[in-house]
Design a protein around this ligand. Structure first.
Ligand SMILES: NC(=O)c1ccc[n+]([C@@H]2O[C@H](COP(=O)([O-])OP(=O)(O)OC[C@H]3O[C@@H](n4cnc5c(N)ncnc54)[C@H](OP(=O)(O)O)[C@@H]3O)[C@@H](O)[C@H]2O)c1
Length: 257
């Protein structure tokens, strides 16, 4: 039995907490800076909660910091047990920031997008792991293997490039969906019109190299259409600027074709 403590009851803390619970690894305590979210997650998981790091139980096998990146160092520095395995879940924050908290530390980075209320099948989530020594490595490998079929060992230097790529592939793409939704809404059109297009774009990118399946006016270097679209966006200057920049980026990529 591997007892877990979650430090941070946000999106990742909530999903990881549920995944540990479902995999038969009890979450015995949730810490959060403010008590409200700690309480909600603890109720869901049937465990204790606290907003005070000094009240953490010392009996767990693994302590998972899931707070925002800027606060990981601060929470680690106040972690009260030098001999307990302490990990964070960040793509970009270096593993060694945890050294101030414990002599045993590592990274448990789930490569997925998590929103508290939206279910995720954790068994399909790649878990990028890093460990300070071999005993931490063995424990993390064991725990991660109970959560998912995809465990990847990767150091902090490489992991940050996974994260920056994920920002392009997920966060920026989602921002584009958001802008598309606004354009459609402005003209009384529903966003779900785009659903087949969104699904096919993701499917094609995964079945071929994304560079091979680019389409659209910029890929075809169709300047008349680009100019028309820029004109249509005159009343939305931020959209117009982004349209121009991304079109230029696509055109440059295929300039020699
Ligand atoms: N969301 C994702 O899709 C995703 C995916 C992979 C990895 N990650 C990583 O997972 C970590 C958490 O992300 P998230 O999306 O779960 O964040 P989140 O939902 O925004 O939650 C942030 C958490 O950080 C706490 N916090 C903020 N400032 C703090 C401070 N100064 N001291 C102590 N706690 C503080 C918040 O506490 P309060 O409730 O008191 O504000 C809350 O528990 C980050 O390192 C992120 O890079 C996120």
């Amino acid at each position: 039995m591997k007892d877990i403590v979650i430090l941070g009851a946000g999106n990742v803390g909530t999903h990881l907490g549920k995944a540990f619970h479902e995999a038969g690894m009890p979450v015995v305590q949730v810490y959060n800076r403010t008590l409200g979210p700690a309480n909600s997650l603890a109720e869901l998981l049937g465990c204790a909660c606290t907003d005070n790091l000094e009240d953490l139980t010392g009996k767990a096998s693994l302590y998972v910091i899931t707070v925002t990146d800027d606060a990981i160092g601060e929470v680690a520095a106040r972690f009260p047990f030098r001999d307990r395995l302490l990990v964070h879940t960040s793509g970009t924050t270096n593993m060694h920031v945890l050294k101030s908290g414990s002599a045993q530390y590592g990274v448990f980075y789930p490569l997925q997008t998590f929103s508290k209320e939206i279910p995720v099948d954790f068994r399909k989530v790649p878990l990028c792991l890093e460990a300070s020594d071999t005993s931490c490595r063995d424990l993390l490998e064991d725990i991660a293997g109970k959560l998912t079929g995809r465990v990847i060992w990767i150091d902090s230097e490489k992991r940050r490039f996974i994260h920056v790529a994920a920002v392009f592939a997920c966060n920026f793409v989602n921002h584009m969906y958001h802008l598309a939704e606004e354009i459609l809404r402005e003209h009384d059109l529903p966003f779900d019109l785009l659903q087949p297009l969104i699904e096919e774009t993701a499917r094609k990118a995964m079945t071929d190299n994304p560079g091979n399946v680019q389409t659209g006016p910029a890929r075809r270097n169709n300047l008349e259409v680009i100019r028309a679209h820029l004109g249509m966006l005159s009343a939305m200057p931020a959209f117009k600027e982004l349209y121009g920049q991304i079109s230029d980026s696509i055109r440059k990529k295929y300039a020699s074709d």
